[in-house]
Design a protein around this ligand. Structure first.
Ligand SMILES: Nc1nc2c(ncn2[C@@H]2O[C@H](COP(=O)(O)OP(=O)(O)OP(=O)(O)O)[C@@H](O)[C@H]2O)c(=O)[nH]1
Ligand SMILES: [Mg+2]
Length: 421
């Protein structure tokens, strides 16, 4: 059920670009029927200037709209004042609440649902605190009956409850990650702005043949990652196996970033982001088909979230650009990211180079064994093929095996080889 919506955007200096807020509004189920923009400093009462508020109200009346979206963050008071200027029943959404709505509607897994609820409650806590603070100011010297406020306490209790439920969810994190590292898996996370093509790239990289069957140890490996031309399609991490240059890699798709991603949401999705930060390599997926000007702020937003992980940047959707356009984009970001790899997740181009760049950053050790001929050595060679990259097997007076892989795997190989010699 889509809502008929009037969109309003105000920026202080340049004319507002409403492409992103429109896409966000659409993702939240709004049908934008009118758009009003304004260049002006923030008005303390409404955010928008009072004249613009009148225009918004007129547009709402003319179009029979039932919602207004403002591309800024409104204080609780501004939200209240603006709503008051509009016909009864018209809902006002700012960027922050709009993103919360999208997350709320899109959350599918129990974890994502609880994380969104936590974000909403934290936001509600701030709102109630601010309303209370304003009340206190107005009351001046009057005695305040309940300084903390039952109203505020109630939300805090609900936050604790949701937090506990989240903590009680089966741990998908550390322990199983450690086990998989032990087993020789490398971890690669796909991170990037929303709609950059992360899930599409995951489908490309994933090893369909080695798709895990449901069963012990693999239950957090999900088979699907929805692809949609819609912001925030992915709200939960999906992990798939991939083989990149012979290395066994677990690749995770992640929640996209967006400018002004609500802090409460970032907090609530912290475990997802921790996954990104613990990855051996983060592939930063950039939608290179965006206008040059849009790239820098987007890449900056992503880098802030990614922390100091090893980053391999990919310019996705390269199929939409010519070489000259790609070069212009590369030149626009020299200080932020190092030599992005042009790829097309839909066409499947550039993936070999991307794979090479990823593997070059994985922790790697090389070793050569010389073992006696025999069944056990052949079994060991099989084990090596399954767990590492076997570079050479040579049969002379002994069997010479040269391999490379994760240091933990090389260590295990050494221990196995020692038993054979
Ligand atoms: N032309 C072109 N389109 C692409 C490419 N990769 C992805 N797309 C399209 O971009 C849109 C978004 O792709 P997704 O893979 O859902 O993007 P995402 O980064 O996972 O998005 P969120 O989960 O919403 O953050 C879809 O319509 C894809 O078909 C590409 O290489 N070229
Ligand atoms: Mg996605």
């Amino acid at each position: 059920m889509s809502r008929q919506t009037v969109l309003a955007a105000r920026t202080e200096h340049e004319r507002p670009d409403t492409t992103e807020i429109r896409a966000l509004a659409e993702a939240a189920g709004h049908d934008v029927v009118a758009e009003l923009t304004q260049v002006r400093p923030e008005d303390p009462t409404y955010d928008l200037g009072p004249g613009k508020v009148e225009e918004v109200a007129e547009a709402v009346n003319d179009r029979g709209a039932d919602a207004v979206v403002v591309d800024n963050r409104l204080s609780p008071a501004q939200l209240f004042e603006l709503t008051d200027r509009l016909p009864d029943g018209v809902e006002v959404r700012d960027r922050y609440r709009l993103i919360l709505d999208i997350f709320e509607a899109g959350a599918r897994t129990p974890r994502a649902k609880l994380q969104v609820e936590l974000a909403r409650l934290r936001h509600e806590l701030h709102r109630r605190r601010e309303i209370q603070r304003r009340n206190d100011e107005y009351q001046g010297l009057q005695t305040i009956r309940d300084p903390e406020g039952e109203w505020v306490r109630e939300v805090k209790q609900r936050i604790d409850r949701v937090q506990n439920e989240l903590n009680d969810l089966p741990d998908e994190g550390d322990a199983s990650r450690d086990r998989k590292r032990e087993a020789g898996f490398d971890f690669v996370a796909l991170a990037g702005y929303t709609n950059a093509g992360k899930s599409t790239l995951l489908h490309r990289l994933a090893d369909d043949l080695s798709l895990p069957t449901a069963g012990a140890g693999h239950d957090d490996l999900s088979e699907t990652a929805a692809v949609e031309d819609r912001l925030f399609e992915t709200l939960d991490t999906t992990t798939r196996r991939a083989t990149i240059d012979g290395r066994r890699v677990l690749v995770s798709d992640t929640v996209g970033f967006v400018r002004d991603l609500p802090h409460d949401l970032v907090e609530a999705f912290r475990s997802t982001l921790t996954g990104v930060r613990e990855a051996d390599v983060v592939v930063l997926v950039v939608d290179a088909s965006q206008p040059v000007d849009a790239l820098e702020p987007r890449v900056e937003t992503c880098l802030e979230q990614v922390g100091d992980s090893v980053v391999v940047p990919a310019f996705n959707k390269a199929d939409r650009l010519g070489d000259a356009e790609l070069d212009r984009r590369r030149e626009a970001l020299p200080d932020l990211i190092d030599d992005p790899v042009p790829v097309s997740a839909t066409e499947g181009t550039g993936l070999d180079e991307l794979g090479d760049r990823v593997v070059a950053h994985l922790p790697t050790e090389r070793v050569t064994f010389r073992l006696p001929h025999g069944d056990e050595t052949m079994q060991f060679v099989g084990w090596c093929h399954d767990h590492a990259v076997v570079e050479e097997v040579e049969y002379t007076d002994r069997v010479r095996i040269a391999l490379q892989g994760r240091p933990t795997v090389v260590e295990q190989a050494r221990a196995r080889a020692a038993r054979l010699d």
